[in-house]
Write a protein that binds this ligand. Structure first.
Ligand code: NDP
Ligand code: GDR
Length: 340
């Protein structure tokens, strides 16, 4: 049985990846942060009491800012695969907390890579790199596109990208960068633009709210469906040679387009409800990210199935369902394309 360690297991991607690996028969270990309230709602449905002989999911306290803990944990777990998904992942917040973002989203990756090296493990390493690294470079973007980050978050991810590549070259570690374009789902954090919109649609439809306050509606993104993207992460670690890959849909939609589809799906007109608030603008914006994932398709057989309009409808339906069924809808395991 293969063993995996996932940092960021409580996040959107971590929860889908844990599900995927458990389905594939892995023993899954997750790094979680101590918090005064429960922060494991996205993986509660996967959790089995560790005393149960069938338990395959194990959670461990730790933090990417605590290098010694990472060494101890790796030595104890001895994983075959490490997925580094943990990060302060909100671009707008990274302008408020640039140092913290650098420490976790950037140097945190070095701490984890060092822990792998110090424990001498023969394991494969996945780094959650981001299309935000391309920043101001014009689309379409692929693995050869130069980086031009436009936020402390983007700059921290560029650092993590290069340190991952350096450990591959310097120490022969099977370390890969998945350069993922925006991917969303009903489990997306509520302050990212897609989920903010679909949650508001559900609440406006139910008469709980009237207005939604937004920033720049002209930004263009390539929004895919998160459960498909975690399959791509896994495929990168099954390849014969370590390499870096972009995952994207190739679609081109503005925030305004997403608003239109989401509100229309609920029989609403977004212009009746959306208001501008400058607090949601960023000091420097990333105008357009549109990915070219042809390398992943050719070498990994990975291709996005769900395009942005369908994604918006999936998320609106889930948020409406969640309001009527006490918030449980987003836990449902999505139906996935047949990859084999
Ligand atoms: P989320 O914000 O949903 O999850 C982030 C995870 O990181 C959470 O589990 C969080 O824990 C954990 N975390 C944050 N800080 C620390 C820390 N100091 N030590 C340990 N754990 C920490 O992100 P996503 O699931 O959307 O994204 C996963 C990764 O992929 C991130 O690195 C993100 O930057 C990157 N990425 C995401 C894309 C997307 O479109 N979703 C696109 C490209 C890259 P807690 O729950 O306790 O807060
Ligand atoms: P992004 O995602 O910055 O692309 O980073 P986000 O959903 O936060 O913003 C997308 C675009 O929407 C514009 N926008 C707003 N954004 C938010 N959050 N709230 C608003 O009210 C709002 N109004 C307009 C933004 O300006 C931006 O242009 C995500 C994260 O998941 C990163 O971790 C990941 O690396 C990248 O995607 C790829």
């Amino acid at each position: 049985m293969k063993r995996a360690l996932i940092t960021g297991i409580t996040g959107q991607d971590g929860s889908y990846l844990a599900e995927l690996l458990l389905r594939k028969g892995y023993e899954v270990h997750g790094l979680i942060r101590r918090s005064s309230t429960f922060n494991t709602s996205r993986i509660e449905h996967l959790y089995v009491d560790p005393h149960d002989p069938d338990a395959k999911l194990f959670l461990h306290y730790g933090d990417l800012s605590d290098g010694a803990r990472l060494v101890t944990l790796l030595a104890q777990i001895r994983p075959d695969e490490v997925y580094n998904l943990a990060a302060q992942s909100h671009v707008r917040v990274s302008f408020d907390e640039p140092e913290h973002t650098g420490n976790t989203t950037g140097v945190g990756s070095t701490r984890l890579l060092e822990a792998v090296r110090l424990t001498g493990l023969d394991c494969r390493f996945y780094q959650a790199s981001s299309s935000e690294m391309f920043g101001a470079t014009r689309p379409p973007q692929n693995e050869d596109t130069p980086f031009y980050p436009r936020s402390p978050y983007g700059a921290a991810k560029v650092y993590s990208y290069w340190i991952t590549k350096n450990y591959r070259e310097a120490y022969g570690l099977f370390a890969v960068n998945g350069i993922l374009f925006n991917h969303e789902s009903p489990r997306r954090g509520e302050t990212f633009v897609t989920r903010k919109i679909t949650r508001a649609v559900a609440r406006i439809k139910a008469g709980l709210e009237k207005h939604l306050y937004m920033g720049n509606l002209d930004a263009i993104r390539d929004w895919g469906y998160a459960p498909e993207y975690v399959e791509g992460m896994w495929r990168m670690l099954q390849a014969d040679e370590p390499d870096d890959y972009c995952l994207a849909t190739g679609g081109e939609y503005s925030v305004r387009d997403f608003l239109t589809v989401a509100f229309e799906h609920a029989g609403l007109n977004w212009e009746d409800h959306v208001r501008f608030d400058e607090r949601y603008l960023r000091p420097t914006e990333v105008d357009a990210l549109i990915g070219d994932a042809s390398k992943a398709e050719a070498e990994l057989g990975w291709k996005a199935q769900v395009q942005t309009p369908e994604l918006a409808r999936i998320m609106v339906d889930a948020d409406i369902e969640a309001l009527t069924h006490e918030g449980r809808a987003w836990i449902d395991t999505p139906s996935l394309p047949d990859w084999n």
